[in-house]
Structures are given as C-alpha cells and as structure tokens.
Design a protein around this ligand. Sequence first.
Ligand code: HEM
Length: 391
Amino acid sequence: MILGNPLEEILEIEWNTPGTVSISDILNVGESLPGDSGTTSMFPCWFDLNLARTGQKFARKYFGQIFFAHALSLILLLSDYQTRRVLFLTRKSDTPEKAFKRYLATAQQIHLWYHSDILSPEWAKSITNVRKIHSYVLFYVDSLNITNSKFTATREENPTGFQPNERLWKAFKMDLDNFDRRDRFMEFDYSAPKFKFNQFTMAMTVWSFMALPVLNPRPLGIAKPSDGDLQGFAHLWTVIAYALGADENFIFCKNARKDWRGCKRYLKGLFRKHLLPQLLNLDFEGEIMIESLLSGISTIIPRYPVDSLLINLLEGHLGKRAQHLRRQRSLQSRVFGTHANGLVNRFSRYSRPLRWFLTQLAFGELQLASLTVFGDPGTNSTLVSNGHFYV
Ligand code: HEM
C-alpha cells in the first residue's frame, strides 16, 4: 500500500469508526479542544496489556526501521500548519543544531516507551513528564499575544538564522507536482484554532508515530509483519496517546483487533484529507522546520543525506518518482544516499542479520549522540524518564 496512490480510495475518506470523531470533523471539532483532555488515569478502560506488550516487542525487534519511519513521518507532520506553528513558536527546533538536540531528546523517551515494561514506574514517569512539558507548551503558546502568535519566517525576513536549501526545495516541489491534479488542488481549511495545542494536533502527531509501519511496512524493511504484531504496535500508540492526554474521541484504532481494516482506512484517510494537501502547499516556515529536522536526523544517523530522506519518502511511501531531487544531488549524496536507501528499503527486508545490524546501528548512533549532547548514553531508564527534558 502506497500512501500517495491516485485517489482510488477517496470515497473511503468518510470512513468512520465507532467512538472516534469522523475524518471530516476531526479538524473543526479538535481545534476547539485543548491538547490535554484532563484525564487522570494512566491507562484507558480498553487497555489490553498483552497486545501493548506485543507492540513493544515488535517495536524493539524493528527499532532501526521504526526509528526511520518516525523520521520520515515527521516530514508529513511538520507539513501540518497547526502542529508546526506550535513547534515554530517554542523555537526549540527551528535550526539544524536545535532540532538535533530536540529530536534526540524525543527519541530517548520513545526508546524508553518501547524498551521499558509498560507497567514499570519509569514508563509512567517518562509519560507524566512529557505531559507536563506539553501542558507548559499549551499554556505558553495560547498565552502569546496576537502579534507574537503571528510570528513566522519568510525568505525576506527570517529570524531563525537558518536558510533552507532553495535548490532542494524547488526540486522537491517539482517532484510533488507528479501528484494527480485532483490531489494538488485539494483544499485544506487553514482555520484559526481556539487552542493552538489542541486535539487535532494531538491526533496528527499520533498518526505520525503510528501510521507508516502499519500502512507501509515493506519499504521500511519490515519483513512480512503479522497483523497481530501491527495491531499490537497500533494499540501501544493508542495507549500512549491516552496517557498523554488525547481525548477518547480523537483516538483512532482503539479497536484495531476487531476492525483492522477500519483502522487502516482511517489512517489513510487522515493522510489524504489532512496531511497530503498541506504537504503539496508547503510554505517557507515548513521548509525551515523540515530541513532542520532532517539535518538533525542526519547528524544522529551520520551520512544520511537530507535529500535521500526526501527521496525515500517520495519513492518508498508516496509512490512518486523523485527525478528532480535526484538531479540536484551532490556526488556524496549520490554515493551514500543510494546505499543508505537501498539498505533500508530493500536489503534489510530479506536479510535477518542486516535487520539486526540496522537496529543495532540505530541504537548505537542514538547512544553516541546522547553521550555527546547530554553526557550520558541514554540507556538508563531512570535517568531518561526524569531528565533530558527541554523546557
Ligand atoms: C502523542 C503525541 C505526542 C508525543 C508522543 C510527543 C512526544 C514528545 C516528547 C517525547 C517530548 C519531550 C522532548 C524532550 O525530552 O525534550 C515532547 C515535547 C514537546 N512536544 Fe510533544 N508529543 C506529542 C504531541 C505533541 C503535539 C500535538 C504538539 C504540538 C502541537 C507537541 C509539541 C511539543 C513541544 C512544543 C515540546 C517541547 C519541545 C519543543 O519546544 O519543541 N507535542 N513531545
């Protein structure tokens, strides 16, 4: 399943799942609700411990591939105007250097959520601390006065000090033109939200962690996962979403085991209705935030060129040829990028030792980067759950 195939399933966008707001309403309803629902329990009543543990086991086995999927999905998440605005306004990831640290800190928590027992005190502590950061963010961005909340960057006036690579973005956008005309002119309603950090942005963020491995495991190098494994992974993310304050009505795939097809359709519908139209209309602020993210990632996974990550997204997941991006590559990018993408997309799918190697590599790089930036490798769950937070 390629996310960006022509509109073969457009009618299914209206697909609803019981107990979850419809794909059409998720924006209008979600943006009027604060990003934290105020729940006080860690786990929802539909929590299935065994299924969540299956999801953790799957995430550990394919940690390298899933880490990579999170990086690619963040490109799509940062296309979302509302989520990106919040991240731009806090100014913790608007340059490659800042993004490197910010996403490294996030990767440490996510590593813990996959590797520590879900009932352990460290797991709960980590979630509680991230929720506290979010509540601070929610308060901060909503309290900005009207002038400050319009604060952004344009090519002419760019307060971040980071200039995105014009050639790269021109090529990327030309490759995006390969999308079907109907896709390109799909409208997105850029309305003014009541809360900046809201339930719509929560839902989009959960999508970015859950969707790619579920919808598109093969190009990630995840070999023939069973439905049970993927359902476990989806369930783990519904539980994380709940624990972080997502409102029940905005948590999709709660019933993945019973309605697996519905879960996948919902994920695909969210992409087509809410993320794709925004990716196709990416503005300068989006370029800054995405290139900062990708440069940060290519510091964590050294030598993975930024353009190769975009090529991977386009060709592996959106089903479009990246002819313009390929043409503007440097020699270094051609050599390392081609090998890196080949390793992730093709070879690791067939070779168990290579998969194991990728996971070790991702973990090793994460440790090394953590050691350099935070002074410890980020392997001690007590330390990670209490520290490294970025406020
Ligand atoms: C399930 C959804 C989410 C997850 C799993 C998640 C994960 C995280 C984690 C792990 C951190 C801590 C990073 C650190 O240690 O410094 C963090 C911080 C942060 N998150 Fe989230 N997040 C989610 C939703 C959101 C949403 C919806 C927004 C904005 C609309 C958001 C904005 C932020 C901001 C602004 C920070 C502080 C660092 C910064 O300014 O960039 N998060 N998040």
